[in-house]
Design a protein around this ligand. Sequence first.
Ligand SMILES: Nc1ncnc2c1ncn2[C@@H]1O[C@H](COP(=O)(O)OP(=O)(O)OP(=O)(O)O)[C@@H](O)[C@H]1O
Ligand SMILES: [Mg+2]
Length: 248
Amino acid sequence: MIASDFIIDLSIVRDRIPSPDVYPFNLPFVDQLDRLKIDPKVTLFVGENGTGKSTLLEAIAVAMGFNAEGGSRNFQFSTHESHSELHECLRIAKGFRRPRDGYFLRAESFFNVATQVEQLGVEDGYGGRSLHQQSHGESFMTLLNERCRGLGLYFLDEPEAALSPQRQLAAMKRMHELVKLRSQFIIATHSPILMAYPGALIYQFSSEGVRPVEYRETEHFKVMHEFMQGPEAMLNAMLPRSPGAGFP
Ligand SMILES: Nc1ncnc2c1ncn2[C@@H]1O[C@H](COP(=O)(O)OP(=O)(O)OP(=O)(O)O)[C@@H](O)[C@H]1O
Ligand SMILES: [Mg+2]
């Protein structure tokens, strides 16, 4: 299989940083952004809330020509200007091939984008049904199955937000098909299921910055694993309770 490599790596151009003390330039990962390799297939941003995963994902997507609020590349609208200026300071090393397809999915503005899509009539390929007549998870799966066609560059921010564990597995299967159709994914996620994608390059974001990490070394895997092996032990240690009371 030929690698996609629409994006090879990215780095920050320090001369362009207007003020290092304000958002987004004060986020811990910015200091270490000298060269962040991007996997030709699947790169995952994981880590604690507020460490900057969405900020970086959005900056890369915007630098690649996507709308900050999500959608495809030929789709430009804005309901509010909330995006950061980080994209102006990114240098992205691109491969020689251009993506033919692409989508920036943000769980938080997915319906907003769907509304605009319908009002403008600018997109097809949503399975012939309005996304608003489908549940959040159904509409996401429709998007992945019907709108995403391969040879694509896909940015997903917490796609698991809408999905049951079964559907997360189905989404991973579809991702794999799209990878085989020479697509490249960059995904911010808290899902230990999606993180298990074989061979994915996982970056853990934290207050220390960003570093590559193995699947089983992620906090998400370790915490979920310990919890699922025996919820009672963790809950007993965590939750104060009156003497004699037990968990069911
Ligand atoms: N427009 C903004 N102005 C100022 N600070 C912001 C802005 N957007 C986000 N932040 C702050 O930047 C930090 C990183 O936010 P970001 O949304 O990138 O985190 P995240 O890693 O995606 O978190 P989560 O896992 O909760 O989605 C947070 O502390 C957030 O409060
Ligand atoms: Mg986020």
